[in-house]
Design a protein around this ligand. Structure first.
Ligand code: 13P
Ligand code: SF4
Length: 360
């Protein structure tokens, strides 16, 4: 729940209770003023703030009306009747909100908040894949832009990728653009995978037999985690439970104890009893979980941060509300086609919790 106190002092008191030991006190004092102003502007503009789980702790725990993973935030964006949606996340997420709810003003607080996966593929790349593998359904990870979604049959997120692929009941599926997510889905579903860009000779023979056709995009954060990182942390902390986002390589996911979307990882820590967890994902999420689970210790590897998510600050969020920046626009013909891929995913949903499989 967002913090909505009647004075800056009360806002600071609430933040200090929530973020004690996570954010230094002098920083909380500055941020309390920003939080207070954002809440006032939010009421004035009839806005809702959606916050991704990667937002820094002083933002994540204070101003969003809803926090969550990509799927949860897409659902909430589709349903809201607020006039303005401020999306504290990255461009593809804000664009998804606009595609699903076009009559709302959607603001992304930083024009620089992109995503290495979304940049890794174009609409023409998808058309070329379709020409090469005619009739094969195309699943796109939600981390793509609207024109790419418009060329695909259905979207998926990290919380439902294998579920969406299996729901198609097709012998072959093209899965773009994250090679590691596709590799993890191939492992989970027992499908064989190829990457046409890397193995042209193999494709000549394998076109008709292969079950999952991937692309070579990678998340610049998750690709950096290694099996050696996991081994070394386990050596130092034998009681550690390792959680890996499915954008990590299949080798890293295999070395982990659990793999799931950002919200699935948050739920896993909340619902389990280990004293110590290693999170192989954006570092800020470790702070957010630590604040909510005071008895549990988070081990983070923070040398690689998501530069895109880190563009979104309390200052930028205030400026978004003050100046109406930066509005998301999507060409209407593209939007209608992209919405079909998103709607189909929202109908399929995510697996019931019992059907989620541990990583190993
Ligand atoms: P989630 O859908 O798991 O929140 O992932 C979004 C993302 O960009 C992870 O890097
Ligand atoms: Fe994109 Fe990776 Fe950043 Fe997520 S963490 S927004 S996938 S670059």
């Amino acid at each position: 729940m967002p913090i909505q106190e009647s004075t800056v002092e009360k806002t600071y008191d609430r933040m200090a209770r929530l973020l004690d030991g996570i954010v230094p006190d002098f920083e909380l004092k500055v941020k309390a003023e920003l939080v207070f102003e954002i809440q006032r502007l939010k009421r004035e503009r009839r806005a809702i703030i959606l916050g991704h789980n990667y937002m820094e702790p002083a933002l994540y725990h204070t101003v969003p009306d809803v926090v969550g993973d990509s799927l949860e935030l897409a659902r909430r964006a589709a349903e809201t009747d607020a006039e303005v949606i401020v999306f504290c996340g990255v461009r593809f997420m804000a664009e998804t909100a606009k595609i699903l709810n076009p009559s709302r003003t959607v603001l992304l607080p930083s024009a620089k908040a992109g995503c290495s996966l979304a940049e890794s593929i174009t609409a023409e790349d998808v058309r070329a894949l379709r020409r090469r593998f005619p009739g094969v359904p195309v699943v796109t990870y939600i981390n793509t832009y609207a024109d790419v979604k418009a060329e695909c049959d259905v979207c998926c997120t990290s919380s439902n990728a294998a579920w969406v692929v299996e729901s198609l009941g097709s012998e072959q599926v093209i899965m773009i653009p994250d090679e590691y997510l596709a590799g993890n889905v191939a492992r989970e579903t027992g499908k064989r995978i190829i990457f046409p860009s890397r193995t042209p000779d193999q494709v000549q023979d394998a076109d008709l037999q292969v079950e999952l056709i991937g692309w070579q995009g990678r998340c610049e954060v998750h690709e950096a985690f290694t099996v050696d990182d996991v081994r070394r942390v386990r050596e130092q902390f034998p009681d550690v439970v390792v959680l890996a986002h499915p954008e990590c390589s299949p080798q890293v996911v295999r070395a982990a104890d659990y793999s799931g979307s950002t919200s699935q990882m948050i739920n896993f820590v909340r619902d389990s009893r280990a004293g110590r967890y290693l999170l192989l994902t954006e570092c800020a999420m470790g702070d957010n979980i630590a604040a909510e689970n005071p008895g549990k210790e988070m081990v983070r590897l923070c040398s690689i941060r998501c530069p895109h998510m880190n563009e979104i600050t309390l200052e930028e969020t205030r400026d978004a509300l003050l100046k109406g920046q930066y509005p998301i626009e999507v060409d209407e013909a593209v939007r209608v086609r992209a919405k079909r891929s998103l709607d189909r995913m929202l109908e399929i949903g995510r697996p019931p919790r019992a059907a989620m499989r541990p990583a190993s």
